[in-house]
Ligand binder design. Structure first.
Ligand code: UDP
Length: 219
């Protein structure tokens, strides 16, 4: 454990919010703060909030038994791409879980999640890899969430909702609860605008806004 190094990949706004969560989590298992880095491909400075910023190459070359990252970049497509690059270089993943997160019964979450402060996941929930739940979001019972799904702050995801891979749910959106055997479905890559109230299924790749949420009319 002591010889491992850890990275928060993405040294921008969200990464700076994730770092204190990661530091508290790792320090409680004996990792010293100087083994925890920001990793960024376009670093704007060499140190942020007391942590060194390394480019990916430097992180991979840094002496360590094992290297772990959490991908703290809101764009799920970028997370998937960077996950592939990390895996190719033998970099492993860890999840960042704030110390006041509530996880109820039978919660199954894939690798590399970020559960920010005040997040609650209730019972019998299944979530894929690379999930982000930003501050104050919740996921209620019997939801099934795919890979690289992103929740902005304060997302209310009620029970029996299915969210497919790469969907993005904006700040304060409310997803109406589905029924057992007839879930509300948010399709792959759909975008739910901030504050939207989603009462019906959203097809893949569509952006919806408003209350009740409707497809965004562009131009
Ligand atoms: N980034 C990176 N590699 C990539 C894409 C992005 O290191 O392939 C970094 C980028 O340099 C920036 C951060 O990830 O520092 C993304 O920050 P942004 O402000 O776009 O988003 P957020 O912090 O909200 O996720």
């Amino acid at each position: 454990m002591k010889n491992n190094i850890y990275g928060v990949y993405g040294a921008s706004g969200f990464g700076r919010e994730v770092m204190p969560v990661v530091r508290a989590q790792l320090q409680s298992s004996g990792v010293s703060a100087d083994r925890i880095y920001f990793v960024d491909d376009n670093p704007e400075s060499s140190s942020i909030n007391g942590h060194k910023v390394l480019c990916f190459k430097e992180f991979v070359e840094e002496e360590a038994a094992d290297r772990f990252v959490v991908l703290a970049i809101a764009d799920g497509g970028i997370r998937e791409k960077l996950a592939g690059k990390c895996s190719e270089s033998g970099v492993k993943f860890f999840s960042a879980v704030a110390n006041n997160v509530v996880l109820m019964d039978a919660v199954d979450i894939g690798d590399g999640a970020i559960l920010s402060p005040f997040v609650t996941i209730t019972s019998n929930v299944k979530i894929g890899c690379g999930f982000h739940a930003n501050i104050y979001s919740y996921v209620a019972h019997d939801c099934v969430i795919g890979d690289y799904v992103t929740f902005a702050p304060s997302v209310c995801c009620n029970g029996n909702v299915v969210i497919e891979d790469h969907a993005y749910i904006g700040t304060g959106a409310i997803l109406r609860q589905g029924r057992p055997g007839n879930p509300l479905v948010i399709g792959r890559g759909a975008v739910i605008g901030m504050g939207a109230v989603v009462t019906k299924n959203v097809p893949a790749g569509i952006t919806v806004v408003g209350n009740p949420a409707r497809p965004l009319q562009r131009g």
